[in-house]
Design a protein around this ligand. Structure first.
Ligand code: NI
Ligand code: MN
Length: 226
């Protein structure tokens, strides 16, 4: 499976289908491509904040892709004229042959795009089963139930925020990596803006000292194969 990072928490997974996660392109200083060149079959949104919901609605319109998200965000998507596939914690849906399971994240989720007038429900993470099993943690603090996510879904790849301030810091994310036991760990949600500056190499050495997984530091716009 191919994975392309668009900076921040935005990834394109290319397996049997193209799944775009948290497509924050407009206003993302690390976005390596123009919005117009991004196409996908499915969009997954972890929560309502602008740096995650991002350009989901406009890409959904252009690509005719449904937005998979928690019930409240799916309803918001529908209010914007695109298909929303709503779900909630602990459940799974099959979308175009790809399985999306929704898992917990400890964070908040007001929809900035709706001028704070619309609750995005609870924030979430996703486990996406395409050619590989990918866990995208969304924005979250460290919580010990990530162990359970590792045990239940056995992800091959884990995408973890390391930026601190709004999410886990590198030390906490390393603990999460140790508990999840994915073979490949990809750091995200760092160096987009000054408050979340981190050196991903420090995270890499930390993780590789305490557990048996490989940390892959992506570069915006570059595609890796897992
Ligand atoms: Ni957030
Ligand atoms: Mn965020």
């Amino acid at each position: 499976m191919k994975i392309t990072w668009y900076g921040h928490s935005a990834f394109l997974l290319e397996g049997k289908k193209k799944t775009l996660i948290d497509p924050f392109i407009t206003g993302n200083p690390k976005a390596p491509v123009r919005l117009e060149v991004i196409n996908c079959d499915i969009i997954a949104v972890t929560h309502g904040h602008g740096d995650h919901l991002g350009d989901a609605v406009s890409i959904a319109k252009r690509s005719r892709a449904p937005i998979v998200a928690i019930h409240e965000i799916a309803r918001y998507a529908e209010s914007q004229g695109v298909e929303g596939i709503g779900m909630n914690m602990g459940g799974a849906v099959d979308v175009k042959g790809i399985k999306f399971s929704m898992v917990q994240a400890w964070h908040s989720s007001g929809i900035d795009a709706a001028n704070f007038g619309f609750s995005g429900g609870d924030p979430a993470g996703f486990v996406i089963e395409d050619e590989r099993i990918v866990y995208h943690a969304g924005d979250t603090s460290l919580f010990s139930d990530v162990k359970l996510i590792g045990e239940l879904y056995r992800p091959d790849v884990a995408m973890l925020p390391i930026g601190d301030v709004f999410t886990m810091n590198p030390e906490h994310a390393a603990k999460a990596a140790q508990w999840i036991k994915a073979g490949v760990v990809i750091p995200m949600h760092y160096n987009t803006f000054p408050p979340i500056e981190q050196d991903p190499n420090d995270f890499k050495s930390l993780v590789e000292t305490i557990c048996d997984c490989e940390v892959v530091i992506c570069e915006p716009g570059k595609t890796i194969e897992v």
